[in-house]
Design a protein around this ligand. Structure first.
Ligand code: G3P
Ligand code: MG
Length: 361
C-alpha cells in the first residue's frame, strides 16, 4: 500500500468494513493444491495483525467433495491464514436445504472425496456413496475386474457390502434421490449405475419407474486445475450422462444444477458476508466500547477466472456485486471477455486485492 493509503487504512481499522470479497478457488487461489497469483500474501492483508478477520470474505467455489469444515482446515494450512467453515461455500453447499425432503429415505452421493460424508454432515440420514451402493449389486459394472486402481478404491468395493451398513436393505430400498456432489471418478461406472437407478425408479435391475430427482452441485463444463489446459468438469459429466440416458430411456433426463452462476448462490454469499461483517463490527464495538449501527455491505467483489461462471453470475446478481476477472485460470485474454465482460480485468488475485484496498481506503 502507498503510505497515505496505509495511514487511512490503519485509521479506519476499527470501523465496520463496508465491502466484502468472494474468491473463486480453482484458477484464482489455487491450481491443484498449489497457491497461485500471490494468494497467501494477498489474503493476509484481510486480517488484523492478531490473525482475526478484518474484511469479510469467503470462498465461493463450484468445487467440493469434502465437508466445509474440512475444506476450511485444508485451505487454512495451504494459505497460512485462519479460515472458518462459514467462509467456505462449495457447489454442493445448497444441498443442505433439501434435507427435509428426504427424511429417512435412501439417497446416493456421487463424486470424488467423501460425498456421503458431505451429505451426512448436512443432516441426510440414509446416504450411500455410489461406490458403496454399486458394491451391493454383483455384476452391475461388467468392467470392474479390469479396473486396477488405487488400494483405497479396491478396499471400498471389495469389502462385504452388508458390513458397510447392516441396517440398510439396499436391494429392496428404493433410491429416492441422486446427488452429484463432486466430479465423478469413474464416469463409465457412474453413468451405468445412475442410468440403472434413474430409469428403474430407484431399484436397479427391476421394473422401470418414475425417475427419482437428480441434483448436480454445479454445471462447469471446464475448470482450471494443475494441468496447463482446462479439465472437463461436472457439466461435461452431466452432458455425457444426459446423452446416454436420453438414448437408453424414453423420457429425457430431468435434473437440477446448483452452483455459480445461479443468482441464489450469490444471494446466499451476500447474506453470509453480511453476517461476517456483523461479527467483525461486534468485535470492534467491544474494542471501542461504543455502539455502531449495522448496515449491509455496499460493495461485494467477486474475483474469478471463469467468465461464463464467475463473472456471468456476479453480473446477473446485480447490486452490490462488482466483478474482477483474473488471467490465472480459464480466462487468458489480453482485453476483457467479449460475452461476459467483467467490471475489471487483472493479472492475478493479488492485483485484484491491491485495487480493492486502494479503492476502499
Ligand atoms: O471442480 C471445480 C470446478 O468446477 C470449479 O471450481 O473454484 O473455479 O469454482 P472453482
Ligand atoms: Mg475457477
Amino acid at each position: 500500500l502507498r503510505p497515505s493509503t496505509a495511514r487511512r487504512y490503519s485509521q479506519q481499522k476499527l470501523e465496520r468494513p463496508t465491502f466484502g470479497i468472494a474468491f473463486d478457488i480453482d484458477g484464482v487461489i489455487l491450481r491443484g493444491h498449489t497457491p497461485i497469483g500471490g494468494s497467501p500474501q494477498a489474503l493476509k492483508r484481510l486480517y488484523f495483525e492478531d490473525g482475526t478477520l478484518k474484511i469479510p470474505f469467503l470462498f465461493l467455489t463450484n468445487g467440493g467433495g469434502i465437508p466445509e469444515s474440512k475444506r476450511a482446515s485444508e485451505l487454512s494450512k495451504l494459505l497460512g491464514v485462519h479460515i472458518s467453515a462459514l467462509q467456505v461455500v462449495q457447489g454442493h453447499s445448497p444441498f443442505r436445504e433439501l434435507v427435509n425432503r428426504y427424511k429417512n429415505e435412501l439417497i446416493i452421493a456421487v463424486g470424488k472425496g467423501e460425498p456421503a460424508a458431505v451429505m451426512s454432515d448436512y443432516g441426510f440420514k440414509k446416504v450411500l456413496s455410489i461406490d458403496e451402493y454399486a458394491s451391493y449389486f454383483s455384476d452391475i459394472d461388467p468392467l470392474s475386474q479390469y479396473k486396477i486402481w488405487g488400494p483405497k478404491h479396491r478396499l471400498d468395493t471389495s469389502s462385504n457390502p452388508t458390513e458397510l451398513h447392516p441396517e440398510y436393505d439396499v436391494l429392496k430400498d428404493r433410491v429416492r434421490g441422486a446427488f452429484v456432489v463432486s466430479d465423478s471418478v469413474d464416469w463409465g461406472r457412474d453413468i451405468q449405475v445412475l442410468c440403472d437407478i434413474l430409469r428403474s425408479g430407484g431399484l436397479p435391475g427391476k421394473e422401470n419407474g418414475d425417475q427419482p430427482p437428480l441434483y448436480f452441485a454445479s454445471d462447469d463444463l471446464e475448470y482450471q486445475a494443475a494441468f496447463p489446459s482446462e479439465r472437463l468438469g461436472m457439466g461435461a459429466f452431466r452432458i455425457a450422462l444426459e446423452c446416454v440416458f436420453n438414448r437408453v430411456h424414453g423420457n429425457p433426463l430431468k435434473y437440477t444444477s446448483f452452483g455459480k452462476p445461479n443468482p441464489s448462490v450469490f444471494k446466499n454469499a451476500e447474506a453470509i458476508m453480511n453476517q461476517l461483517q456483523s461479527s467483525i463490527s461486534r468485535n470492534s464495538r467491544i474494542m471501542n466500547g461504543g455502539i455502531k449501527e449495522q448496515y449491509p455491505l455496499k460493495t461485494i467483489y467477486m474475483i474469478g477466472d471463469n467468465p461464463s461462471v464467475d463473472i456471468n453470475g456476479a453480473r446477473k446478481a446485480g447490486h452490490p456485486w462488482f466483478s474482477i476477472l483474473t488471467r490465472t485460470g480459464v480466462f487468458r485474454g489480453k482485453e476483457n471477455h467479449a460475452q461476459f465482460p467483467a467490471d475489471l480485468v487483472v493479472d492475478t488475485v493479488e492485483d485484484g486485492i491491491d485495487y480493492i484496498l486502494q479503492k476502499e481506503y
